[in-house]
Design a protein around this ligand. Structure first.
Ligand code: DCP
Ligand code: MG
Ligand code: MN
Length: 335
């Protein structure tokens, strides 16, 4: 997974960066998910704080920042570095696991398994490709490309060429780029396409669901836009794409996800727009208000715990209304 960095207009970016590094360490090396969440939460709070923090005590007044994190902020302010972080950065296991998890398809658990077999670097992986599954092999092949952010302008170019190809298969497809792009990001880690087709909706299942996604992928392969498939099912495609102009050195390989929504399109749109943290928060609110929300639909939770029928939705705002949450524009769904 790509390294997360705080936005540059953030006055507390230095603190956020070290907190995110500590969060990743807890998640990837120690598998301490509670500590991971605590660091991430603190980083998010600081990222939203408009003034630069000047002491640990001041940080501690913010929601989500406890004594231990406040002490680290104090240490960083006083010394310009953090002993814990220096120790972590120099630790062999951390270095190896951080390097191995740069490959998409290698999560912390797989990295640990490779590490225990003596595989400690990307170079080691290249010599032991037989041990890698299909996803990991593609991740390894394009590891340098996939780490490069995709500028917004380039996502727009992909959008145009992919829409054109899909509509040459069938003009009835709707095609929307979701993910960080729909949230207005200046650059994205991958490109997320959401498709729908009128012959396959929640109330009308007349088409061949399987072929709706497969024929689109086939077309994009023939157009040399999709270069590799990581996985494909009836509703989800994970793969690799590239703009067809091979002479442009910026046209490197990019990760692409395509989902064909088959239940309620707007629930799919909401989910696939994210962010992942925003989705978590919204699902939690839904539960508190007596509903279950996922990428397919929103349903009431009955008093006996049995789910009711999916509620019809006409726009994204409806979903917020149902759970009595104020509407949040896609651009503001980052936390
Ligand atoms: N998603 C989610 N939970 C996950 C993974 C994804 O809710 N565990 C949803 C929210 C994400 C969307 O899917 O915004 C797309 O996933 P990405 O991993 O592509 O994330 P983004 O597009 O938000 O960011 P990036 O620019 O890094 O791709
Ligand atoms: Mg994305
Ligand atoms: Mn994605």
């Amino acid at each position: 997974s790509a390294k997360r960095k705080a936005p540059t207009n953030n006055v507390n970016a230095e603190f956020c960066d070290f907190l995110i590094e500590l969060a990743d360490y807890e998640k990837n090396v120690n598998r301490q998910m509670h500590k991971f969440s605590a660091y991430r939460k603190a980083a998010n709070v600081l990222a939203k704080h408009p003034q630069r923090i000047t002491s640990g005590a001041q940080a501690k007044k913010l929601e989500g920042i406890g004594e231990k994190i406040a002490q680290k902020i104090e240490e960083f302010i006083n010394t310009g570095s953090l002993k814990k972080l220096n120790k972590i950065r120099a630790d062999d296991t951390t270095v190896a696991i951080n390097e191995l998890t740069r490959v998409t398809g290698i999560g912390p658990a797989a990295a640990r398994k490779f590490f225990d077999k003596g595989i400690k670097s990307i170079e080691d992986l290249r010599k032991q490709q037989i041990l890698l599954n299909h996803h990991q092999q593609i991740g390894l092949r394009y590891v340098d490309d996939f780490e490069k952010r995709i500028p917004r302008k380039m996502v727009t170019e992909f959008e145009a060429i992919i829409k054109k190809n899909i509509h040459s298969v069938d003009t009835a497809y709707t095609v929307e780029v979701c993910g960080s792009y729909r949230r207005g990001a200046e650059s994205s880690g991958d490109i997320d396409f959401l498709l729908s087709h009128p012959s396959y909706t929640s109330d009308k299942k007349i088409g061949n669901k399987a072929s709706l996604l497969h024929q689109v992928v086939k077309k994009l392969e023939n157009a040399h836009v999709i270069t590799d498939t990581i996985s494909i099912g009836n509703t989800k495609f994970m793969g690799v794409c590239r703009l067809p102009d091979n002479d442009n050195p910026d046209n490197i390989h990019r990760r692409i996800d395509i989902r064909l929504d088959i239940e309620i399109y707007l629930c799919g749109l909401l989910y696939f727009t994210g962010s992942d943290l925003f989705n978590k928060r919204m699902r939690q609110t839904a539960i508190e208000k007596g509903f279950t929300l996922n990428e397919y639909c929103i349903r009431p939770i009955g008093t006996t715990g049995v789910h009711g029928e999916a509620i019809p939705i006409t726009c994204e705002e409806d979903i917020f209304d149902i759970i009595q949450m104020e509407y949040v524009e896609p651009h503001k769904r980052n936390f």
